[in-house]
Each structure stands twice: as C-alpha cells, then as structure tokens.
Design a protein around this ligand. Structure first.
Ligand SMILES: [Zn+2]
Ligand SMILES: [Zn+2]
Length: 337
C-alpha cells in the first residue's frame, strides 16, 4: 500500500507492506481522504519529525476489516481523530486531556496520508463517528480541527452573548469564529489580509482589518460600549497579534492562546495584573469536544462548505507547497475513491 512519507524537504509516496489486523483488536480502514493540518506543516517545515514519518490525522475512511466490541461494521464510513486520553492521570482529572502521556503516545498508524490506517479499539470507542450521508468527506474532515476550536471555547467558560474577537482569519480562525457563533456568542473577526476578511464576511462573520490599530481600536470600542472584548482568541501566529489583543480586551477579560509566535514573547506582567486578565492556552481536543464538533458539522451549524482545495494523493507535495505559500486556505488530500 502507498503512504506519503517525509523525506528531508520533500514528501514522497512510498510503497510499504499492506496493513492487516493480524490478531489485533481495532480496525483497518481505507482512507478516503485526509485534511492537511497546520501542525503537519510545522512538523514538516521545521523538520520536527524524522524521515519516513507519515503525517496527517484528519481522516475520513471506510472500515475494511474489524475486530471490535463497538457496533461499527465493515463498509461503514467513519471520521476519527488521532489521540486518546487515559481519563485517569492527574492531567486528565484536571481536564487537561491533551497534556496526558497516553494522549501523546496514541496515534493512528502509520498516519493519515496513507492508503490504509490501523485504528485501535480505543480509537473506535472514543473518537470515531459514522459519517451521515448528507455531509461530504471534505466537510466532515474538519472534525478534528473544529474539535480543537471547541476545546478552546469551552476552556473560556463564557456567558451567552459575550463579545469575542478572533485574531487571524485563516482556516482555524474562520472555524473558531463559526464555532463561537454557533455556540451563541457575539463574534468579531480580524486579519490583515483582505481576501480572508472577505471570505469571513461571506460566511457571516463580522470582520475588520486590524492593520491600522488605532482605527481597529475605535471599532472595538464602538462595538462594545467602550468596554472591550470578553474573550480574545489568538489564532494568528504573528507577534503583532498580541498588541491587537491587548488593545481590544476588556478589563478582567480572557485571552486564549491558540498558536505559537516567532519571537516567543508574551503578555507583560503588569498588563495581566492591573487588568486582571486571564491568559490561557488550548492545544488539542478531548473526546467530548470532538463529539460537539461532530454534531455541529453533521447538523451544518458550522458551515465549512467550499473551504477546502482537493489534491490527488500523487500531488501531496503540491498541497504542502501551496499551503506553505498561502495559496490555498485548507488542503484536503484525496487518497482512495
Ligand atoms: Zn489537525
Ligand atoms: Zn491521562
């Protein structure tokens, strides 16, 4: 079977021995397609993974072989995620599921950019869902990334109608904005790229250009009766985004850190102290966040139609290149018919 492997600065398709269950509990699935995640790009570009690694985790697949206590059957189409918490350790007990050792160790094998993948029984029990007929493979492939957004929103413990700001309107920022709206909060989005602002507006998100910070600050004041934003979601990896957040935040507000920044500088102590800010991070979703994501997608409350650009498996390198050069919003790799 074919897999796409990291090989230095390239992604190459290589043949490896076809997977079978071979006595294991779980399932062998035929991967229909897999979304290309920002984290795949980071791992590839900064050579965080070794040669031979198979990236990808946002898979939609059909079950080919199964030995499981779950009710999944051969032939069914499912969507799944890659990590599962143990639910027992000190991190899990405090709700920090993505810090759990077991969470970090578990994965789909060999990775999503592969003709076939092995899913453990734990995957089937905790993070796999049957894909309903009315939703396309590309749309349901947002299951894991949307789950990440929901996790971030749930961490903020907001009150209905709270005013939120999403800084950065790339694919994750747009998903975050749509999720906030679907969950009943007021959302404003901002970016410095006009085409992203236009797309967000098309999806019904009130969005502004934050390049001129004085102008943007006025907009925020006007929209919030001078109070500022209850919760700011940092989906942009630009250092400048921190300034935008501090200009927009309400006294006592929350800043949710959702991406790394190149300079690795952060929020000044005195800003946090005198404004009683809460600054917190959010990384990866729990099974419960993923379930919420699945429902929002399946009921189309979060509309991801038309956000992906599809690539054939042989052209996966192009998908990486186009994503790195911001030519596409979100790449999806078609692997099997
Ligand atoms: Zn992802
Ligand atoms: Zn744990």
């Amino acid at each position: 079977m074919k897999t796409a492997q990291v090989n230095g600065n390239n992604i190459v398709i290589k043949d490896i021995e076809t997977l079978t269950l071979n006595g294991r509990k779980g399932a062998i699935v035929k991967v229909l397609g897999c979304g290309l995640c920002g984290s795949d790009i980071v791992k590839f570009k900064h050579q965080i993974v070794k040669d031979g690694a198979v990236l990808g985790h946002e898979i939609v697949a059909t079950i080919e072989e199964i030995d499981s206590e779950t009710s999944f059957k051969v032939g069914e189409k499912i969507v799944t995620s890659h990590h599962i918490p143990c639910f027992e350790c000190t991190y899990c007990k405090h709700g920090n599921f993505s810090m759990c050792e077991h969470f970090k160790e578990t994965n789909i094998i060999p990775g999503g950019f592969s003709e076939k993948v092995f899913l453990s029984e734990e995957h089937l029990k905790n993070v796999a869902h049957r894909v309903p007929e009315q939703i396309s493979d590309e749309e349901i492939s947002f299951y894991e990334p949307l789950g990440c957004c929901i996790r971030a929103i749930n961490r903020c413990n907001l009150t209905p109608n709270d005013k939120t700001l999403v800084i950065g309107l790339g694919s994750i920022g747009l998903l975050m904005s749509e999720a906030l709206k679907a969950m009943g909060y007021n959302v404003i989005g901002c970016d410095i790229l006009e085409d992203r602002i236009a797309l967000a507006k098309e999806k019904g998100i009130e969005s502004y250009n934050s390049l001129d910070l004085d102008v943007f600050e006025k907009v925020i004041k006007e929209k919030t009766n001078n109070y500022g934003i209850d919760a700011v979601f940092m989906t942009s990896g630009a250092d400048k985004a921190i300034e935008v957040a501090l200009k927009s935040i309400k006294l006592g507000g929350k800043i949710l850190v959702f991406s790394s920044t190149p300079q690795n500088f952060g929020y000044a102590n005195n800003e946090i102290y005198y404004k009683e800010l809460t600054v917190m991070g959010s990384y990866s979703p729990s099974p419960k966040d993923l379930e919420e994501s699945f429902i929002l997608l399946a009921t189309k409350k979060v509309d991801v139609k038309g956000l992906t650009t599809s690539y054939d498996f042989e052209n996966i390198q192009q998908a990486f290149d186009d994503t790195i050069s911001n030519k596409v919003f979100k790449a999806y790799i078609k692997i099997n018919e």
